[in-house]
Design a protein around this ligand. Structure first.
Ligand SMILES: Cc1ncc(COP(=O)(O)O)c(C=O)c1O
Length: 550
């Protein structure tokens, strides 16, 4: 019998094998220091996993319609939990590798250039395994000890990367139990939420008999402050996590006021100034709770003019949040860090670990310039998280939480900022070369040139382009819709062919007629993605167009 199976096999004849849950064998599956018996099995299974998945990663991109989602869903409809064990671990692993992985998506393929999810360095798997094996809970020091202290150091390192305060500042705060430079959360969504949560509570803080919005609620806050609503200002390229946050915080997501952009999708600082003035002049009824600058928009990678926005926010006493979920790690490249000029003047900054820190899913982080800012959301409990303790759960939306900081702590040591800079620079420079390649091909049109490593383009045959620019507005509108349909079909055909993947989005009202433009979107973060890879993606698109769409 296999020592590490949680099952006892009742009969050695496989035809009559019945698996029965058994206490003694179950006990052997728990990680315990005194047991050496599990060791060879652990190694054997890790090998089975890594080599099995290696084969999968070599062969599939995996967005094909070879088997439809409906057929796949039909295989997973049994909703009963079996009474007795069904399978041994090695068979479960085999099932995952042979039955599940081939129908998952090989995001590690160099030809998978459609989303912000990509290959990760292999050491991330080892680091994540350590986090799992240690199973620390960083909600409190009693279940994490040194690991919480390491987390504070990692937060200080990234804080320094963003805000670059002086040595004395970091000496004072790096391990200060009273102050907090930021926090790890599950993802970018919760990082943005935390920043806006703090902004709301600082704006609608206690006053006289009013105990503050966190305690007394939004209704009482608006009455106390004599206002009808709070608004958040961002461009239409803001991530939809801002809408979720506005909903959850009781601000209402229709109170996210859209500020105009320039032709490259960056916030127009003049428009920001004007919008704030108009809102202020509308009497006391509206207060601006936060302005959100985006350092790498999800759809096009554009970076808002953070320095100009910071000046405007300072002048008006408004919380300035920078959503650098995507672009934040650009700060590690000496060559390109000035693209994010002004980020150091933000009040809060979001950065995702699972994006350009190349960490495994998932890791969000939010940082605050003021080490006391997170006091606005502090919660204590009688059994843990007592005032004055280092418990990281005090100032965090999350409760129990894995020690993701250990992964980043180690990755920063393995890579150094120069290692990360190489990845960032490869992405930006490959995107630039790709943009030039698109511009050279008559069948394509570059729609949003890259600032970082994201660009959009579309297939726009010269004949249709001429019609688009021709005098007849009605005909031009019809042509615009045809071009959109071609690009929708092209993206689907390529995805279903399964060799490569670019994503698609719609840029609202952006052509000369004010029509929506369907564009193909490329995110270049995989270091194995080269200009040749991208030329092959374009070649395939040309071939698909000529075979199916002319
Ligand atoms: C700019 C930006 N902000 C926030 C997010 C949300 O991140 P997550 O998906 O980790 O919640 C994303 C995700 O793509 C993003 O691109």
């Amino acid at each position: 019998m296999d020592n590490t199976s949680i099952i006892h096999i009742k009969d050695t004849n496989p035809a009559r094998t019945r698996l029965v849950a058994d206490w003694q064998t179950l006990m052997r599956t728990f990680i315990r220091p005194e047991s050496d018996t599990g060791r060879p099995a652990l190694i054997k299974y890790m090998e089975q996993i890594l080599f099995g998945l290696h084969d999968f990663l070599k062969t599939h991109v995996g967005i094909t319609e070879e088997i439809s989602l409906k057929e796949l869903a039909d295989r997973f409809t049994d909703t009963r939990i079996s009474d007795h064990p069904e399978k041994k671990l090695e068979h479960v692993i085999a099932d995952l590798i042979q039955g599940i992985a081939p129908h998952a998506v090989n995001v590690a393929s160099p030809f998978f250039v459609g989303h912000m999810t990509s290959a990760i360095p292999y050491f991330m798997v080892h680091l994540k395994t350590i986090v799992t094996a240690l199973n620390q809970n960083v909600v409190k020091i009693e279940t994490s000890k040194l690991v919480s202290i390491v987390e504070k150091q990692v937060l200080a390192k990234i804080h320094r990367l963003i805000f670059n305060s002086d040595d004395a500042f970091y000496r004072e705060h790096v391990q200060n139990a009273e102050t907090t430079l930021g926090c790890f959360v599950e993802d970018g969504t919760l990082a943005n939420y935390t920043a806006l949560w703090v902004a709301r509570n600082q704006l609608l803080k206690p006053k006289g008999d009013f105990a503050g919005v966190e305690r007394s609620g939004v209704g009482a806050a608006l009455r106390t402050y004599g206002i009808d609503r709070c608004v958040i200002l961002a461009t239409r390229f803001g991530h939809f996590s801002l809408n979720k946050a506005a909903g959850l915080l009781g601000i209402g997501n229709e109170n996210i006021v859209t500020v105009d952009t320039d032709a490259r999708g960056r916030m127009d600082p003049g428009a920001l100034d004007r919008t704030i003035r108009i809102l202020q002049e509308s009497g006391k009824s509206t207060r601006v709770m936060a302005v959100v600058g985006i350092a790498g928009t999800t759809e096009t990678g554009a970076v808002d003019p953070l320095d100009r926005m910071a000046d405007i926010c300072r002048k008006n006493g408004i919380h300035f949040h920078v959503d650098a979920a995507w672009g934040g790690p650009t700060l590690m490249s000496e060559k390109y860090r000035d693209l994010l000029d002004g980020i150091a003047q933000a009040d809060s900054v979001t950065i995702d670990g699972h994006k350009q820190f190349y960490m495994p899913m998932t890791c969000g982080m939010v940082f605050f310039k003021d080490p006391s800012a997170l006091d606005a959301v502090a919660y204590y409990a009688r059994y843990v998280n007592r005032p004055g303790s280092v418990d990281l759960g005090i100032k965090s939306i999350s409760g129990s939480r894995e020690a993701n900081s250990l992964v980043l702590h180690s990755a920063l040591k393995i890579m150094g900022s120069k290692g990360y800079a190489l990845l960032i620079e490869h992405g930006i420079e490959t995107a630039e070369a790709f943009a030039q390649e698109i511009s050279k091909r008559s069948l394509f049109e570059l729609v949003t040139p890259p600032t970082l490593n994201i660009l959009t383009y579309r297939l726009c045959p010269p004949k249709l382009r001429e019609k688009l620019q021709g005098g007849d507005a009605k005909e031009a509108r019809r042509t615009a819709r045809t071009i959109n349909e071609i690009n929708i079909a092209l993206q689907r055909l390529q995805r279903e062919a399964g060799k490569s993947f670019v994503s698609r989005t719609t840029l609202g009202g952006t052509d000369s007629l004010g029509e929506d433009r369907v564009v193909l979107r490329c995110v270049i973060m995989n270091p194995m993605t080269t200009l040749d890879t991208l030329k092959a993606v374009l070649d395939e698109q040309e071939a698909l167009y000529r075979s199916y769409l002319v």
